[in-house]
Design a protein around this ligand. Structure first.
Ligand SMILES: Cc1cc2nc3c(=O)[nH]c(=O)nc-3n(C[C@H](O)[C@H](O)[C@H](O)COP(=O)(O)OP(=O)(O)OC[C@H]3O[C@@H](n4cnc5c(N)ncnc54)[C@H](O)[C@@H]3O)c2cc1C
Length: 375
């Protein structure tokens, strides 16, 4: 047995993109997803030019854009007065007829990727995890939580920040650590003049992202004590209170509209990065947050998971030897993953007054330049 059938553990953004890319290369693909409802929370996600190019490469861009809102610029405002500092016009990597970037609701992104993976013949099984895994060098025998089992040519761990596959492969790897910040998000009506992303870089670290014709989302980054627990009841007032600390005038009317507790999505930021070691062991390999979870300060966590998936599928198509393909995959990913993972964390630390200062404009310019290069 070599590559005949691939098991992907995790049906999120990276796992689904990998399934599509691998099916397009001719691999048979099974996905198992732990969540029996395959659900995703309803706030938006920012997707930059490299993601738009990737959506085009895997043949979903037109469907994707029916659910997303494209935009071509990001503007950075500074200080409590919200003074415009820099406007980045970003490249259109999928061609002149497509936008450079997009905002999209996470469930819509999941639907586009899930529908494509299914239409290409991916076998998706919900409510399942791996209970045992035996790699004998020629294939991997996997036992699932429903007692069933199967043999695969390779297994891809795309199971997110708290990856069971990472734990199984590398029990001594670092655990996800809390960075000291939370991100709060809330959907609001989109004003007609919001035709790009707006980032307010301190003292109130926040932003506005267009998501559909009618909706945008506001995000807010705050410093919070480790272990903080947020009740959903009262969360809108909690978000308003935090956003009201020296907000720029452009945000004040929007902050006042944060009223519905059930619409607040707030998460502590956790990071983990297997920077100085292999991303695979034998025939099992990791991608996305399972191997490099960063903070959203450069809005590229999903972007690098999607790129991982494409590069992994390409390398697997080029080689019959898992070790060679998996090493080549990691080698091709390191520069971009290092840049995004480490600099995103660095911006968050600088916001908290820890570590070196981070020049957000320079880092954004470098990110646009690097992520526009071919993968
Ligand atoms: C607050 C916040 C804001 C963000 N904003 C952005 C943004 O604007 N732009 C951007 O590019 N990125 C953003 N990100 C990062 C982005 O969400 C992640 O990088 C991306 O979801 C990673 O994709 P993934 O497929 O690796 O993991 P996930 O999307 O987490 O998917 C993992 C999947 O595996 C499943 N799973 C987990 N364990 C198991 C198991 N044992 N067995 C089977 N299935 C399992 C899960 O249910 C899930 O479906 C943000 C992250 C946070 C926390």
């Amino acid at each position: 047995m070599n590559w005949e059938t691939i098991l992907i553990v995790g049906g999120g953004i990276g796992g689904l993109t990998a399934a599509i890319a691998m099916r397009r290369q001719g691999f048979a693909v099974d996905i198992i997803e732990r969540d029996p409802d395959w659900s995703v929370y309803g706030v938006g996600i920012t997707q930059q030019m490299n993601v738009i190019r990737a959506m085009n490469d895997i043949g979903v861009l037109d469907d994707y854009l029916t659910m997303a809102t494209g935009y071509d610029s990001t503007t950075i405002f500074v200080g409590p007065e919200g003074i415009e500092k820099t406007k980045f016009e970003t490249p259109k990597l999928a061609g002149p007829n497509y936008p450079s970037n997009a905002g999209i609701r996470r469930p819509h992104l999941q639907k586009v990727l899930g529908d494509k993976a299914l239409s290409l013949g991916t076998n998706v099984r919900l409510g399942l995890t791996v209970t045992a895994l035996n790699d004998d060098g020629a294939g991997v025998d996997v036992t699932f939580s429903d007692g069933s089992s199967a043999r695969y040519g390779a297994v891809v761990g795309a199971d997110g920040v708290f990856s069971q596959m990472r734990e199984t492969l590398f029990p001594d790897a670092p655990q996800p650590r809390y960075t000291g910040q939370w991100v709060w998000r809330y959907n609001l009506p989109r004003p007609a003049d919001l035709d790009g992303m707006k980032v307010f870089a301190g003292p109130c670290n926040a932003g506005l992202v267009p998501m559909t014709d009618e909706l945008m989302y506001i995000f807010l980054v705050t410093e919070e004590p480790d272990g903080m627990f947020l009740e959903q009841e009262g969360s809108a007032a909690a978000m308003r209170a935090r956003a009201s600390k020296m907000p720029p005038p452009q945000l004040i009317p929007w902050i006042a509209q944060i009223k519905d507790d059930s619409e607040v999505v707030a998460r502590p930021l956790k990071v983990v990065y297997l920077q100085d070691q292999d991303w695979h062991k034998g025939r099992v390999v990791l991608l996305g947050d399972a191997v490099h979870t960063t903070t959203p300060h450069l809005a590229q966590g999903a972007g690098i998971a999607i790129e991982d998936a494409l590069v992994l599928a390409q390398e697997m198509a080029c080689s019959d030897a898992p070790e060679i393909a998996f090493k080549a995959y990691r080698d091709r990913r390191l520069e971009r993953v290092d840049h995004i993972t480490l600099n995103s964390i660095r911006i968050g630390e600088a916001q908290m007054g820890i570590g070196e200062p981070a020049d957000i404009e320079t880092l954004n310019a470098q990110t646009i330049q690097l992520m526009s290069q071919p993968i």
